[in-house]
Ligand binder design. Structure first.
Ligand code: HEC
Length: 234
């Protein structure tokens, strides 16, 4: 043993020590990068998808929502029966709906929204004069507003809550009180769990197949198409 130790005190031994130190440094750096990567994944998961809140209970703006799953666009949708046939708005509005990717995947499998679902409604003006366009409308780059519908079962009394944002630079959005009409219209008319899946073409068939329509929506369907009733698409 002793002779080995003595023999190690050679240039080869020095090289070995140098190599071992570099390897150790390398491992250390790798560990640090791994830890940092993990921290980043966690931060971006909570920052861009699962809802997070400010200290005062405002919803932090999910800045990556434009990279989420696109569900639908409505134009000049009007929910007021009296004005529906009469009003042609002078300024048309598009609404675009997005949902966080994890919840979309769960919906594809189950026809239901999991906890921590975030749905975004983005409102944009309609334009018809620009570039080569001769007729029809395209969406303006100017935002008219953003609203969000968040499922956070332990946080909100009815499991869901609405938040309003003024624009896409907003740091956080205000909680809309439970007494607002948002809550009653969505729970009375939304096809699945207070959301308007009846207007989201890639999800309607799934909810139908999985049998997850709300009782209110089933009733609405029966009244509208008594002969067919539900399931509507089969
Ligand atoms: C009279 C009914 C009605 C009222 C009131 C209403 N909504 Fe909606 N909402 C709808 C319909 C219909 C859609 C589907 C839009 C589409 O298809 O583009 C929708 C979609 C949404 C979505 C997309 C996600 C989802 O739940 O389907 C959000 C977010 C939203 N509304 C927020 C609000 C907020 C915030 C308020 C209150 C300030 C509100 N809504 C009030 C009918 C309503």
């Amino acid at each position: 043993m002793l002779s080995v130790n003595i023999k190690m005190k050679t240039p080869a031994a020095d090289r070995f020590i140098a190599f071992a130190s570099i390897a150790a440094l390398g491992m250390f750096t790798l560990t640090i990068s791994f830890v940092r990567a993990q921290a980043f994944t966690t931060a971006s998961a909570s920052g861009s998808s699962a809802p997070s809140y400010s200290k005062t209970g405002e919803l932090l703006f999910p800045s990556k929502y434009r990279e989420w799953i696109y569900l639908s666009s409505g134009i000049d949708m009007n929910y007021n029966p009296k004005s529906a046939s009469v009003d042609t708005p002078s300024h048309s509005t598009f609404d675009n709906v997005f949902v966080n990717p994890e919840s979309y995947k769960t919906f594809l499998d189950s026809g239901a929204w999991p906890d921590k679902t975030v749905l975004v409604l983005e409102l944009r003006g309609a334009q018809n004069k620009g570039s080569i366009n001769q007729s029809g409308y395209y969406q303006s780059s100017v935002l008219k507003g953003i609203e969000m519908h968040v499922k956070d079962e332990t946080r909100f009394p009815g499991k869901w809550a609405f938040f309003g944002f003024d624009n896409d630079n907003d740091v956080s959005g205000k909680l809309i009180p439970q007494s607002a009409s948002c809550y009653s219209c969505h729970s009375e008319h939304g096809a699945v769990d207070t959301t308007f899946v009846q207007f989201y073409p890639t999800l309607l068939g799934i909810a139908d197949k999985k049998g997850t329509f709300s009782p209110a929506y089933r009733k609405e369907l029966r009244a509208a198409v008594p002969a067919k009733a539900d399931p509507i698409l089969r």
